[in-house]
Design a protein around this ligand. Structure first.
Ligand SMILES: NC(=O)c1ccc[n+]([C@@H]2O[C@H](COP(=O)([O-])OP(=O)(O)OC[C@H]3O[C@@H](n4cnc5c(N)ncnc54)[C@H](OP(=O)(O)O)[C@@H]3O)[C@@H](O)[C@H]2O)c1
Length: 249
């Protein structure tokens, strides 16, 4: 049991999630570093310091989610912030160049199996993990959920014929658009309970997700996510924003 606020970050062994986990420890949180590979999670938690603890967590695996929820309850006794950060953009050889990954993900050609795999992590995994953590979140006086979305999945931006990127609106952006809908759904349903649910767009950040082609650092990519995780009691819910301001759904 701990007196400090507790946060769980999925996919925190690398990239933006690691930086979010580290950032939250500097704000006084005990942070659970979710990692589907237990050894990588342990190594990442050790790099962050004493306030970080590894937890094996594959958001597509019901048994893994249940075990993580049990561990949260028995070892920490509380959960104040859930960051649904784990995500995949591509299924296949990780050395595939970014442009080619995008072309392979277009809805006209992408295998349905790949669609299912990406939705399993980016959408269904978020619903499953959130549902599993709700009993603990409900006990927190200031529960917050942050979903890591993407402006690339913005229906508004991609409906604009002048947007040059819209030709690449394939399976990954589609999954993020679904995640945005999930965010609105949870926010509306949990509003009466005072649980704030928001989506953050990290921006094009240099991580394995894009073969490290992103133009932002992980520190910059994590900033808005951490801010939303720290919202006070009067903070908003059901919003979508980046560190530059609101992002259209
Ligand atoms: N980078 C960008 O430009 C950008 C832009 C917009 C949104 N985002 C979003 O930011 C989030 C973090 O991505 P990132 O850029 O930091 O990429 P990353 O470095 O590839 O990190 C993704 C993390 O998700 C984990 N993960 C994947 N599938 C999982 C599963 N089934 N269960 C649990 N964890 C799983 C990965 O674990 P492994 O290490 O085991 O693979 C890794 O820890 C994602 O939701 C992504 O869509 C990124």
């Amino acid at each position: 049991m701990t007196d400090k606020p507790v946060a769980l970050v999925s996919g925190a062994n690398a990239g933006i999630g690691f930086e979010v986990a580290r950032g939250l420890t500097t704000h006084g949180f005990t942070v659970l570093v979710g990692s589907r590979d237990a050894a990588r999670g342990a190594e990442s938690a050790a790099r962050i310091g004493n306030d970080a603890h590894p937890v094996q967590l594959d958001v597509t695996d019901e048994a893994s989610i249940t075990a993580a929820a049990d561990r949260m309850r028995t070892d920490f006794g509380r959960l104040d912030v859930l960051v649904n950060n784990a995500g995949v953009s591509f299924v296949g050889d990780p050395s595939t160049p970014l442009q080619e990954r995008g072309a392979m993900g277009l809805l006209t050609v992408v295998p349905l199996e790949t669609v299912r795999e990406i939705f399993e992590t980016n959408v269904f995994g978020v619903i499953a993990l959130t549902q599993a953590m709700l009993p603990l979140l409900r006990k927190s006086p200031e529960a917050r959920i942050v979903n890591v979305g993407s402006s690339g999945g913005s229906l508004t931006l991609n409906s604009d014929p002048a947007n040059p990127h819209r030709a690449m609106f394939g399976v990954y952006p589609t999954s993020k658009a679904a995640l945005h809908a999930v965010t609105v759904g949870f926010a509306a349903t949990l509003e009466s309970e005072g649980i704030r649910v928001n989506a953050a767009d990290p921006g094009f950040t240099s991580t394995a997700l894009n073969n490290f082609q992103g133009t932002k650092s992980v520190e910059d990519g994590a900033r808005r996510i951490v801010e939303l995780a720290l919202l006070g009691p009067d903070g908003p819910s059901g919003t979508f924003s980046s560190d530059e301001g609101p992002v259209p759904w």
